[in-house]
Design a protein around this ligand. Sequence first.
Ligand code: FE2
Length: 375
Amino acid sequence: MAVLTETEILTKRDFLPLHGTDHVEFYVGNARQAAHYYRSAFGMKLVAYAGPETGMRDRASYVLEQGKVRFVLTTALRAGDPVAAHVHRHGDGVKAIALMVDDAESAWRETTSRGAQSAAGPAELRDEFGVVRTASIAAYGETLHTFVERSSYRGPFIPGYKPAPEEDIVSRPVGLLHIDHMVGNVALGDMNRYVDFYRTVLGFDLYQTFDDKDISTEYSALMSKVMSNGNGRVKFPLNEPAAGKRKSQIEEYLDYYQGPGVQHIALATNDIVDTVRRLRSQGVEFLRVPNTYYEELEGRVGRIDEAVTELADLGILVDRDDEGYMLQIFTRPVEDRPTLFYEIIQRKGSRSFGKGNFKALFEAIEREQALRGNL
Ligand code: FE2
């Protein structure tokens, strides 16, 4: 495992300065109902809408927020639309990871000149609230990175979107703060190709590496490398399946998503016990590890501020490294296909990804895989 120091990260010239994740856009089969789920279960607030009523004839799009987390749920209104084709192939999933920049055109120029495939050239969108500039490049599979420049924009999202009514009676926030990291699954043998893509094209650095010795259970394995941008605000772990006795969870994902895509989105909180309690009471389903995980917990991770009984009750996992500890928990997939799921994470000093939990966690995932007949 190699971790860059803060100085190593800061002294490198950054040709693609990123302020963080602007938003994540999902293509879904029914955006109105998906929006209701993210509002009622995850407590996100509806802030903007675009559709036929606002002059967008072919799609409907709902913008949801909590803390700095912003999701856009988009659906097609007719067959034959690229959004419909995407949903037909992949099911509901992430189409674009949008990154906040000062200059969208420069971001597009810097990345395409380094080999990125352009998905949409620089565009300027205007309405009464100001100007937003965007441009997109292809990432893994059909996933895109969109650069969003919105410094002077005062509207609810981007031009074309209408503000939602101030009150959202469905939304009950749970304390989500921002996106900690977003993980992509790629095909066997492709991980290093995408590590090179993020390094060469976006100027990211390799932040941590996990091989199949770190991440293997009796049955299946995977490999993972974490890429980080210069200021550490954007982290993209990339997974590929590794050989095991049975089908890797990554292969199951690739089968059902029909190719590479976003596997999970980690959402940060500063009170994971409260956040998970609220999410559970609002119907979010989490993976469970056996209770034996908690018997030796403080022996493994040392003293922690939280009550172990409370963590055991909710199924929250803990891991420690040289810098501190972190708490994490994973939802079940949020679609019928076993594809995208969420992680809730609270960092208390640790900047790593819960390596000590991989075994217990992946065994929990495999129990679910087996129930689906895919192990
Ligand atoms: Fe994660």
